[in-house]
Design a protein around this ligand. Structure first.
Ligand code: HDD
Length: 753
């Protein structure tokens, strides 16, 4: 089991459980008797800054490194100082005229401390405010070298990256598992400058033209009067917009589906969405779509589970990513491209490649792997890195260029612009997390928050005073030169091409590609979201949209809303399904899954053996017992108690006999806070809840050593699909692992469509 890095997640118990500090105070803090200024430790040099606290050096016009001064980037020196470096004598009391007298204005430390605090917040991102990031590397296979000259895509090149995942609509402090699209933004610090791939976990977008972006975001954000609901699309303005702008249908259908509630950032696909243009060394161009394929498979939560998590652990996705990386179970994605000939029409098999509401089915254009992303380092400071990172679709390197997708064009403007407000000026590329690893030698000067000390007197070109430096480069020595693409001639118009008017055939393909259970989820999601709307017209208009996708989808949702189902107003498109869009029906890897082992200590040997077996299988065992501490005189550490465990944390549950009211382990205190329900229950009600939830959410459950009694008491039928009764823990685990290959026990869900 030492081979499984996730063991460290399994071993982690809360500090409260571990601490053996004094009863009357927090360990390490002076107790009530201590003199006020006593320090718990001798002064010592602080730990050296972690490597990611310092960015790569930028280079001044004269070639001198600027910034990247490690000492200035992290705290240094043993003593507390002011921002000016003067040692501080007391940081807990303001300077007063006597202990009960007025505070004196001359207290610079007080004023500086409060002034800085008052300005600690910056505006959150206008969209994608809630996110989590990680560092890593991208290893290229070289398989794209024939279509692009980008140096980082040549054979066996390793490039440092920073990735930020996000939700779109919610504020910075909103919950992780809301129904929403997820952002998947990657910054490649290549030898030729920064390349940003700013994508989502859904391959299509709401709108075809960036000019509507403020509108769709206004509609999705909380209502302006009460500022509710937070991080939800289930409200009138959102559905008003998407039913009036039917180009949003495809994206809306996607996120009403399972992809709107991913199980983990580690188990999510990513897409560049737009069609990009690659250029090779010979100057030939190819149109491409970028895809990220997670090694752990593509998995989602079920809606009831997602809602519970929003309360139980609002940081669920953030914690999951950081825990896995901290444990050394580094998440990986393969980058792949779909390639299309760069023809003047910019279509493929009749699909308009400039329309970002379209995808190209993988069955028509297979995704070709071109490199491997590994996330292996958590940020050491959330603000400095995850919050201050600034992505931009216009950060391109030679060999990767844009197309005339009108959505992309607006983005090329927006991402630069937003940073001025968010990061307070034009020098955000100098922030450590944003600095290119390639030498920077621009002629941009001054501005707020300038940290570079530029040399030379001639930041203009040509010049004769700085020796003519800097020089411009040609395509043959690494310059980015726009692909000389012919632009169609025409009049200035505010119009979209005719092909952009088909809003229903691609959504219909998506619907037809879904398995019955995924369709059931989609029906459930629409019924929930529209059920939260008040405006009858909005509901009716959305039903019309659904009728144009598929009459059965429309009928089911209409039934849930208690409204009549309208007839389609467009002919139903004759499209082939794309099985690659479905997440159900495949066998997935089971690594990284969380297994709750519920025990009261009846079969310690069995629990120890199954824990070891879970670790050996690359999964995470979390032992759940009536109280914290250890079982079997220290043999097994308890990670979760009946008070702290909730089923939603686990992908499967193993059960080794659990006591009920009346047994020693079920104490009088438990009974008081969680009275056992009246009736024949024979198990702890908290375990009963855990089991019934796991059952309801389609999770595999394995029981041995008398665990079946607890199942029965929880109302979980022992002959139901995915409920395993075994003679030993390891045998239960074996069968549960096979079930996990399908992610959930889908047979447990009823389907109508
Ligand atoms: Fe955007 C952030 C993805 C369309 C304007 N966007 C942002 C982020 C992601 C995306 C992942 C978060 C980046 C981070 O973690 O810092 N956006 C997309 C995708 C789109 C898209 C995949 C369509 C294919 N976005 C889009 C349009 C506009 C914007 C059409 C404006 C015209 N997006 C922004 C922004 C943000 C942003 C306002 C907010 C914070 C930021 O840029 O840095 O400029």
């Amino acid at each position: 089991s030492e081979a499984n890095p996730l063991k460290r997640v399994a071993d982690k118990v809360s500090d409260v459980l571990r601490s053996d500090g004094p009863e009357d105070g927090v360990p390490g803090k002076p107790g009530p008797e201590s003199p006020a200024l006593a320090e718990p430790t001798e002064p010592r040099e602080p730990l050296p800054p972690k490597p990611d606290q310092s960015g790569p050096a930028t280079v001044s016009p004269t070639g001198q490194p600027t910034g990247a001064d490690r000492a200035r980037m992290a705290q240094s020196g043993a003593y507390l100082t002011t921002a000016q470096g003067t040692r501080v004598h007391d940081t807990d009391h303001s300077l007063k005229a006597g202990p009960r007298g007025p505070v004196l204005l001359q207290d610079h430390h007080l004023r500086e401390k409060i002034m800085h605090f008052d300005h600690e917040r910056i505006p959150e991102r206008v969209v994608h405010a809630r996110g989590a990031g990680a560092h890593g590397t991208f290893q290229s296979y070289g398989t794209a070298a024939n279509v692009t000259k980008a140096a980082f895509l040549a054979q066996d090149v390793e490039t440092p990256v920073f990735v930020r995942f996000s939700t779109v609509v919610g504020s910075r402090g909103s919950s992780d598992t809301v129904r929403d699209t997820r952002g998947f933004a990657t910054k490649f610090y290549t030898s030729e400058g920064v390349f940003d791939l700013v994508g989502n976990n859904i391959p299509v977008f709401f709108i075809q033209d960036a000019i509507k972006f403020p509108d769709v975001v206004h509609a999705a954000k909380p209502h302006p009067d009460r500022e509710i609901p937070q991080a939800q699309s289930a409200h009138d303005t959102f559905w008003d917009f998407v039913s009036l702008h039917t180009e949003a249908t495809h994206h809306t259908l996607f996120f009403m589906g399972d992809r709107g509630i991913p199980r983990s950032y580690r188990m999510m696909e990513g897409f560049g969405v737009h069609t990009f243009r690659l250029v090779n060394a010979a100057g030939e161009t190819t149109l491409v779509k970028f895809h990220w394929k997670p090694k752990l498979g593509v998995h989602s939560l079920v809606w009831d589970e997602a809602q519970l998590i929003n309360g139980v652990d609002p940081d669920f996705h953030r914690r999951d990513l950081a825990d896995a990386i901290e444990a050394g179970a580094y998440p990986q994605w393969e980058l792949g491209i779909q390639t299309f000939p760069d023809t003047p029409e910019q279509t493929f098999e009749g699909i308009d490649l400039l329309d970002p509401t379209n995808l190209v089915p993988e069955e028509l254009a297979p995704v070709q792997p071109i490199g491997l992303l590994t996330l292996d380092r958590n940020p050491s400071n959330f603000f400095a890195e995850t919050e201050q990172v600034a992505f931009h679709v216009g950060h391109l390197v030679p060999g990767i260029d844009v197309t005339d997708d009108p959505l992309l064009a607006g983005r090329l403007f927006s991402y630069l612009d937003t940073q001025i407000t968010r990061l307070g000026g034009p020098n955000f590329p100098q922030l450590p997390i944003n600095r290119p690893h390639a030498p920077v030698n621009d002629m941009q000067r001054d501005g707020f928050h300038q940290t570079a000390v530029h040399r030379g007197v001639a930041p203009y070109r040509p010049n004769s005073l700085d020796g003519g430096c800097p020089f411009t480069a040609g395509a043959d020595n690494g310059a980015f030169v726009e692909a000389p693409v012919t632009v169609p001639e025409g009049r200035k118009v505010r119009e979209a091409p005719e092909s952009f008017a088909d809003h229903f055939s691609q959504p219909r393909r998506f619907w037809l590609s879904m398995s019955p259970i995924e369709r059931e989820h989609i029906v459930g999601a629409y019924t929930f979201e529209l059920g939260k709307c008040y405006e009858q017209a909005v509901k009716e208009r959305t039903l019309q949209v659904l009728a144009n996708i598929d009459p059965e989808l429309c009928r089911q949702v209409a039934e849930g809303l208690g409204l009549p189902a309208p007839e389609p107003t467009v002919p139903l498109a004759d499209v082939e399904p794309s099985p690659a869009l479905s997440q159900v029906g495949q066998v997935w890897p089971t690594e990284g899954r969380m297994i709750g082992i519920v025990t009261a200590g009846d079969d310690l040997e069995g629990v120890a053996a199954v824990r070891e077996a879970v670790l050996n299988a690359g999964m995470v065992p979390l032992i759940v017992a009536p109280t914290g501490g250890t079982l079997g005189e220290g043999a097994l550490t308890v990670q979760r108690t009946f008070v702290t465990a909730r089923s939603v944390e686990f992908d499967a549950v193993l059960l080794a006999g659990v006591p009920g009211p009346g047994s020693d382990a079920y104490t009088a205190r438990d009974a008081k806070s969680d009275p056992a329900p009246a009736g024949p229950a024979t198990t702890d009600p908290r375990v009963a809840l855990l089991l019934s939830e796991a059952f309801r959410h389609g999770k595999a459950i394995g029981a041995w050593a008398g665990g079946e009694a607890a199942l029965e008491a929880a109302g979980v039928p022992t002959d139901a699909p995915g409920v395993v009764l075994a003679t030993s823990g390891t045998s239960a685990l074996e069968q549960v692992t096979t079930l996990l290959g399908s992610h959930r026990v889908w047979e447990r869900f009823t389907t109508r469509v």
